[in-house]
Design a protein around this ligand. Structure first.
Ligand code: XFA
Length: 425
């Protein structure tokens, strides 16, 4: 472990060169954040503000951190999940003078120790993924909240926890729910999860998708993303749902809709994306064709009932990384990917940088917004706030520009027409 109190604690500083190369690759795929960096590195609007962050230490997060620093902020960072930290990225950040406490595989005690070290500098802002940093401030160091002008939160789970705290009037400072921005969750779920889940299936199996019956359980944003991508590769997509509107959308997209009892008999590949448990259970495994492949991209690893699979099997072996072959008592074989955990994280690399670009641009702009409100002397009440619609449009607009696309603008007459129309005249 390389440890310099007040500066960093990382696994191995010698990994810095490797990490830097990965960060540079991410920079080349994250044009919106890089445009923000270019825009603000001269004027440094975050100068004088200290940001404590607790978010996955990945190459994409590194681009966010170094953009905040380039805009003048003093940052201190910890990872929000001991298994997502990439040691080479932490090393590269430490080497570049970023205060960071993060290493892969740390235990729970070390996890909170790292969060507490990021609070030593008495931050003015917090940046969370899962709300552990905010909760540490609230539960253990509430006095620190006096210096904090606001925070931002990246995920659905974190936003849920914070809204519950706000409803109880227990929240001590304003927090912006980055998750709920359209340029965040919509793109993460549909395009990020869609592509990375297919990627995970292909890495774990290398099967041909064309001509296969590809069963998607759950037609929310993640399920829709998986379905669309599988269709693009020539699979016949079958959707299972419990919600009529979602099932109706799936049929109008050209997918077949079936109950799982029926889909189980004909599916070649199954992916669960529902958010509930027991989507694929004993009776389904019993009906599956020989060679069926089963995996999950939902938040929890209980969507596929693995004890049920074990109970109908007489043996299993790992046939390739993230691919376990179960031999059923009926003699057929079923392949379970990534032990039923998120296949896009376990067998692939999670969201592509291009998708994280927009999430993190929302993070950056929300931090900047809190600072600008502070400079203007505007005090937001302690509560959870949405991203303004204009911020979503601005980020999507910059993304389009960097991709080389121009779009039309409404004329004055059109704007007038629209407002007249909505007034009912
Ligand atoms: C790992 C992320 C989680 C990594 C990190 C290292 C590697 C690959 C664990 C994560 C999240 Cl829990 O990233 C991926 Cl080698 N991400 C976010 C992400 N996904 N999340 C798919 O990629 C979103 C989400 C998840 C999983 C929401 C709700 C519940 C679970 C952080 C990140 N990813 C980009 C990595 N690109 C290489 O920076």
């Amino acid at each position: 472990m390389d440890y310099k109190p007040g500066k960093y604690k990382v696994r191995n500083l010698k990994l810095a060169a490797e990490g830097r190369m990965k960060i540079e690759w991410a920079e080349s795929r994250m044009p919106v954040l890089m445009a923000l960096r270019k825009k603000y590195e001269k004027t440094k609007p975050l100068k004088g503000y200290k940001i404590a962050g607790c978010l996955h230490v990945t190459k994409e997060t590194a681009v966010l951190i170094e953009t905040l620093a380039a805009a003048g902020a003093k940052v201190s960072w910890s990872g929000c999940n001991p298994l997502s930290t990439q040691d080479e990225i932490a090393a590269a950040l430490a080497k570049n003078g970023i205060e960071i406490y993060a290493w892969h595989g740390m235990n729970v005690k070390e996890f909170y120790w790292c969060i507490e070290r990021t609070l030593d500098m008495k931050p003015n802002l917090t940046l969370d993924d899962g709300a552990d940093l905010i909760f540490t401030v609230h539960n253990k160091y509430p006095k620190l909240a006096e210096n904090i002008i606001g925070g931002t939160e990246e995920t659905t789970t974190g936003v849920h926890r914070l809204r519950a705290m706000a409803a109880d009037k227990k929240i001590l400072y304003p927090v912006i729910a980055v998750n709920d921005a359209e340029t965040k969750w919509d793109f993460d779920n549909v395009y990020g999860t869609g592509q990375s889940s297919i990627d995970g299936i292909l890495r774990a199996t290398s099967v041909l998708l064309a001509g296969k019956n590809f069963v998607v359980a759950g037609y929310g944003h993640c399920g829709k993303g998986c379905a669309e991508r599988a269709k693009g590769l020539g699979a016949n997509v079958i959707v299972t749902e419990v919600k009529p509107t979602a099932a109706l959308k799936a049929t109008l997209e050209g997918h077949t809709v079936l109950p799982m009892d029926e889909a189980a008999k004909i599916g070649d590949i199954f992916i669960t994306a529902t958010g509930v448990k027991d989507v694929i259970i004993k009776k389904h495994f019993a009906k599956m064709k020989d060679g069926a492949i089963v995996c999950n991209t939902g938040h929890y690893d209980c969507e596929i009932n693995i004890p049920d699979l074990e109970s109908v099997s007489k043996g299993k072996r790992t046939i390739r990384p993230n691919n376990e072959e179960y031999t059923l008592k009926n003699g057929r074989k079923v392949y379970l990917l990534a032990q039923g955990r998120l296949v896009n994280l376990a067998a692939a690399e999670g969201h592509p940088s291009e998708v994280m670009d927009m999430s993190f641009a929302n993070q950056f702009m929300s931090q900047l917004r809190l600072v600008n409100l502070d400079k203007d002397g505007v005090l937001l009440d302690p509560d959870v706030y949405d991203i303004p619609e204009e911020q979503d449009q601005e980020i999507a607009g910059v993304k389009l520009q960097t991709m080389g696309f121009n779009i039309d603008k409404l004329t004055k007459e059109q704007v007038k027409y629209m407002s007249d129309y909505s007034a009912g005249t």
